[in-house]
Design a protein around this ligand. Sequence first.
Ligand code: BTN
Length: 246
Amino acid sequence: MQLKTIHFESIDSTNKYALKLIADGQCEEGLVIIADEQTAGKGHADNFWESEKGKNLTFSLVLKPFFIEPSNQFLLTQIVSVAILNFLKKRIPPEIVKIKWPNDIYVENKKIAGILIQNTIRGNSLDYSIVGVGLNANQEVFVSDVPNPVSMIYYTGEQHNPGKLLGDLFNEISTVYTNSASPHFVDSLNEFYLANLYRFNEISDYKSKGKEFKGKIIGIGEYGKLQIENREGEVIEFDFKEVEFL
Ligand code: BTN
């Protein structure tokens, strides 16, 4: 996959811009929209993604994942999460970098990166996927009420050049993505995802439908659902947003 970038000093949202390019038929796989600043950066559940101008990585990568069926979209979440994880483990003590299901990247108990994937579907298959990534690199003060943000600088003690980070991260995503066309590689990807899952196999507190409970994450089910075993030994599967980590 060839990296081609469109750079903005300021834009509302790189994901939104990529969607517009796709609608206008002006997109190809490997295109990256990168911005120094987003005035309406989109997070999950319509949250605002906070990122101080010029300090971090905020970009959207356009993919055409011909080998992924719409019902298997979670694979793309895994690909991108694992790629960011690999990238960070080379720069931060590897044992403290984890994936918080489904696709937040955590260091210790803090969020260092978020991923927002938006797909367009044609007929029965995925057409384009827009992979929006926000990775905190140099920002030291966060003003919004995001619960627990952290940046690479906190662990590395040095400033990072966002342009250089983008090139390295793109290569990491490109490698995992290309390899994932092979089912054999996908098996090892699943294993690696699980082995690096935040709170895997640990008894912790969760909340679902207003009720708090203790349980441990034991696996990932069909469609990427999170499997938590409660204290009664029952395994419950949760879809995204059906369970809260306390
Ligand atoms: C999350 O809430 O964890 C997902 C955050 C995704 C933020 C990135 S920043 C680049 C891209 N453009 C957007 O508007 N959002 C994503």
